[in-house]
Design a protein around this ligand. Structure first.
Ligand SMILES: Cc1ncc(COP(=O)(O)O)c(C=O)c1O
Length: 377
């Protein structure tokens, strides 16, 4: 019997100097959160994000939490977030005792709708977390403009958008604070890891102080404030340095996967691609499609089951946060109604995207998608 080839959703690409640098970090004995790879990573990542500073932290959730701590968000405050995102965006708001208020996304970007964001502002609103969903930047000029009028701050959650650009500017540099994740499925990864990107030196100092237990930068072991241990290790930064020195080729490979999917799935009835705004250069994270059951022949879940049955792993879009148990009662009490988010969440699917996909694999995924639509019709 021929064994069915399994096509994974995501596999980290660790084919460069990752192993050598990790061995070097171990041999140097600098395995905690100081060492040359931490410094080098923080320097290199400023080029990716286009900011004055990049601050390594232990994951993308912590990056958001630390951003909100640095901005002094408190119990009783409200923070406006999209509902179509990973749960970390809203969890971080709860960590500081504040309440996430959910807004719908725009069909043109799948990111938070600036007009609806403005309508959600109340007297309790302190800021906005805009998410660059599935690698596509949010409309940050519009969001920053609204925030400026109402005296709010903006955080850009660029966890999924490494190297994306907005009107030529880099994701991570588009708000007061940018945050990134380096989880194993991300474009650049250290398994677990994250970064905060900022231009303001005072804010950067506050973030670094909070990250390191609140220690006074000029007086060792003196702690003027309550801080956290949110640091990333030199070993993880060694992996990230090896990733970033190959940033161009990592992106190019993923982009070629995106291009093939677009060519091969173009014109399949009922399949639509992630939209790209004219001002956006999205990051090639996970290739995303939507399925219209009426013209395709079956719904998203049937397609995902069919692909899984044929060895292909996929991922449905995020379940809208406003419908999940930690948030749904508060959301219902506010009367939130987010039809675009609900429709995308029910119809969207992320396809396998990684460096080890062969031409045959991509053709096979697309053939299976076409076949599924025809069988089910
Ligand atoms: C939009 C978004 N924000 C935040 C996070 C949290 O990052 P981490 O998993 O590194 O904590 C992720 C993903 O993992 C994400 O996709």
């Amino acid at each position: 019997m021929v064994e069915m080839k399994k096509i994974e959703l995501s596999i980290p690409d660790l084919q460069g100097n990752e192993e050598d640098y990790v061995v070097d970090a171990i041999r140097s004995t600098w395995i905690s959160s100081t060492g040359k790879y931490v410094n080098e990573f923080e320097r290199m990542f400023t080029d990716i994000a286009g900011t004055q500073q990049a601050i390594s932290v232990c994951n993308g959730t912590v990056a958001l939490h630390l951003a909100l701590l640095a901005l002094d968000v408190r119990p009783g405050d409200e923070v406006i977030v999209p509902s179509l995102t990973y749960i970390a965006t809203a969890n971080a708001v709860r960590y500081v005792g504040a309440e996430p208020v959910f807004v719908d996304v725009s069909p043109e970007t799948w990111c938070m709708d600036p007009e609806l964001t403005e309508q959600a502002i109340t007297r309790k609103t302190k800021g906005i977390i805009a998410v660059d969903l599935y690698g596509h930047p949010a409309d940050m000029d519009a969001i920053n403009h609204i925030a400026a009028i109402h005296g709010l701050w903006v955080v850009e959650d660029a966890a999924e958008a490494h190297t994306a650009k907005y009107k030529g500017r880099r994701a991570g540099s588009l708000a007061k604070i940018g945050t990134f994740s380096f989880y194993g499925n991300k474009v650049f990864t250290s398994g677990e890891g994250g970064a905060i990107t900022v231009n303001d030196p005072d804010l950067a100092l506050r973030i670094r102080t909070l990250r390191g237990q609140g220690m006074d930068p000029d007086r060792r072991y003196y702690f003027p404030i309550t801080g956290y241990n949110f640091r990333l290790t030199n070993v993880a930064c060694a992996i990230l340095c090896a990733q970033l020195e190959r940033a161009g080729s990592i992106i190019a490979k993923r982009q070629s996967v995106f291009n093939r999917y677009r060519e091969l799935l173009d014109g399949v009835p009922g399949i639509d691609f992630q939209p790209v705004a004219e001002w956006a250069e999205p990051a090639p994270w996970l290739f995303s499609i939507t399925i219209d059951p009426a013209s395709f022949g079956c719904n998203r879940d049937d397609l995902a089951d069919y692909l899984r049955g044929n060895g292909v792993d996929t991922r449905p879009f995020f379940i809208p946060l406003h419908s999940l148990p930690p948030f749904r009662n508060e959301s219902a009490a506010r009367g939130e109604h987010l039809p675009i988010t609900d429709a995308l969440a029910a119809s969207g699917l992320n396809l396998p995207t990684h460096a080890f996909l062969t031409e045959e694999d991509i053709v096979s995924v697309c053939d299976l998608i076409r076949a599924c639509g025809k069988i089910k019709k």
